[in-house]
Structure formats: structure tokens, C-alpha cells
Design a protein around this ligand. Structure first.
Ligand code: AMP
Ligand code: ZN
Length: 113
């Protein structure tokens, strides 16, 4: 996807602070962190939403969650973390390349805004 900022990051056109990278999944630091630790975990291949990813590459969806969970453990340890996948307009998704947020380092509130 030519105009996708996350495809530009996975393709190396736009720099990002990379936490994890393998052939299928990359994790970066969020540019505008909402917690002391805030990572984004995304598939290298473009899929718009978690619904698309689950439909088209379910094994990759599982890999994404596995990587995100490990990063959550690394960042939050025993105190825990939050794993969020905003989806669509009402879900608050602003970048149309599926990504999981991993937030850690403070107590999270509920319900979300
Ligand atoms: P969402 O609103 O769930 O789609 O999340 C998009 C996230 O991407 C936001 O938390 C942004 O701060 C983050 N973001 C946007 N552009 C970049 C970028 N170039 N590098 C790192 N994070 C970004
Ligand atoms: Zn993309």
C-alpha cells in the first residue's frame, strides 16, 4: 500500500524505533506514547483491520498476538499491561494497517474514553 505509513515503516522508508522484527511481524515504539511504555505490533504484510487479518491470514493473527503478549510481559512484568486493537471508526482506529497497542508502566483506567 503506497500511502500507508506503517507499510513505509516496515519497508524502511520511514524510520521507527524497532523493538522486534521477524519475517512476519514488527513491533515499534509509538510516536505519541500514552503510557511510560507504548509499543505497536503489526504484520509486515498490509491488512487493514483485525477482521481482515483474521479472515485472510489467521495464523498471522495468532503470531501477532503471541509477539504482543511477549512484549507486554517484557514491558509490564508482573504488574501487567494492556493489549488493544482499535478497529474502524467507532473503535478509534486512525491508521488503516492493523496494529496492536501494548501499553505498560502505569495503572490503566476503565472504561476507555
Ligand atoms: P490507532 O489510533 O489505534 O490507529 O493507532 C495509531 C497509532 O499509531 C497512534 O498511537 C499513533 O501515535 C501511532 N503512530 C502514527 N504514526 C506513527 C509513526 N510514524 N511511528 C510510530 N507510531 C505512529
Ligand atoms: Zn500498510
Amino acid at each position: 500500500m503506497d500511502d500507508c505509513i506503517f507499510c513505509k515503516i516496515t519497508g524502511g522508508e520511514v524510520p521507527a524505533k524497532t523493538i522486534h522484527r521477524d519475517d512476519d511481524v514488527i513491533a515499534i515504539e509509538d510516536l505519541n506514547p500514552q503510557a511510560p511504555s507504548h509499543a505497536l505490533v503489526l504484520p509486515v504484510r498490509h491488512h487493514a483491520t483485525i477482521v481482515d487479518l483474521m479472515r485472510d491470514e489467521p495464523a498471522l493473527a495468532a503470531r501477532l498476538i503471541a509477539v504482543a503478549s511477549q512484549i507486554g510481559l517484557d514491558l509490564g512484568g508482573e504488574q501487567g499491561f494492556r493489549l488493544v486493537v482499535n478497529t474502524g471508526d467507532h473503535g478509534g482506529q486512525t491508521v488503516g494497517h492493523v496494529h496492536a497497542h501494548v501499553l505498560a508502566g502505569r495503572r490503566m483506567s476503565w472504561p476507555p474514553g
